[in-house]
Design a protein around this ligand. Sequence first.
Ligand SMILES: *Cc1c(COP(=O)(O)O)cnc(C)c1O
Length: 351
Amino acid sequence: MKQQLNQLSAYQPGLSPPALKEKHGIEGELYKLASNENLYGPSPKVKTAIKDHLDELFYYPETGSPLLRKAISEHLNVDASRILFGAGLDEVILMISRAVLTPGDKIVTSEGTFGQYYHNAIVESAEVVQVPLKDYGFDLEEILKQVDNDTALVWLCNPNNPTGTYFSHEELERFLERVPSHVPVLIDEAYFEFVTADDYPDTLKLQERFDNAFLLRTFSKAYGLAGLRIGYVVATNAAIEKWNIIRPPFNITRLSEYAALAALEDQAYLKEITVKNAQERQKFYDIAQSEHFLPSQTNFVFIVTDKHKELYEELLNVGCITRPFPNGLRITVGFPEQNDKMIEVLKNFNY
Ligand SMILES: *Cc1c(COP(=O)(O)O)cnc(C)c1O
């Protein structure tokens, strides 16, 4: 076995709603608001697309997801050869780490961000440099200072999970202007569709100037397809060509490809979801207690408090499963009914 596996553990999911109901003796509905899933689900057209292809399950998928590749290439206006799909961004992160990192390499990222960047780096015997968050956001200046000759990957998460904070187009541009051009900068935009800030980066535009700026997006969050596992990276075709060697040949299932295609085509539905999310998210910031909440560009809100255990229990008592962190609690924005219940709790909580 690889020695470094002793440092890591398998992903620990939270308890499911039925298990939690039993454990806490809760009656009535319990909603999982712990993993930033889209409660509204995907476009109704996704169900139709899946049904239309149920008779093809015995065929392997088309390797490389050509239909979806073409659709995303048109949607983003990038060459189809610059896209690589994974079974969720989780697999994209794994493939890039596996393709790039060798023992002695370093990755540079932030503390308090998505765990898969460093998890995969450790598996590949790379060293992990984690820069502390600054004002609960990515400290790009300090990350830049940590980049050296051994740095093989830089991972940026924008907006950041779990804090919900973001950095602007100008900040990213300044960063890319100064980071050595041979260091790949992976920009994880898992929550891109939920962003409402005007100065959020146009990363596709920056890619025209910076060959080392790579963009990651997913169908798991706003598109509501977390259960089907599909995400992708947009990079140079030279990088994609190499990373594609790592890709398991049939990593995207037939149904996932058709589902993602239908979800992508229904931009009107996506718009409805993201507008609703922005309205519901704003309700949290309309209360005085929002001084304890980090500003969010996503479908979740991070609440800063040492009493996250108590807050978790109180939210569970109103039927909402949330996600505690060492210095706070992350709640996914739910349906209006749950949001209103959570807001009542948050108004009366002693932070
Ligand atoms: C949810 C999430 C992912 C993983 O998404 P999948 O495509 O479902 O694997 C990646 N990055 C961030 C920041 C996330 O929050």
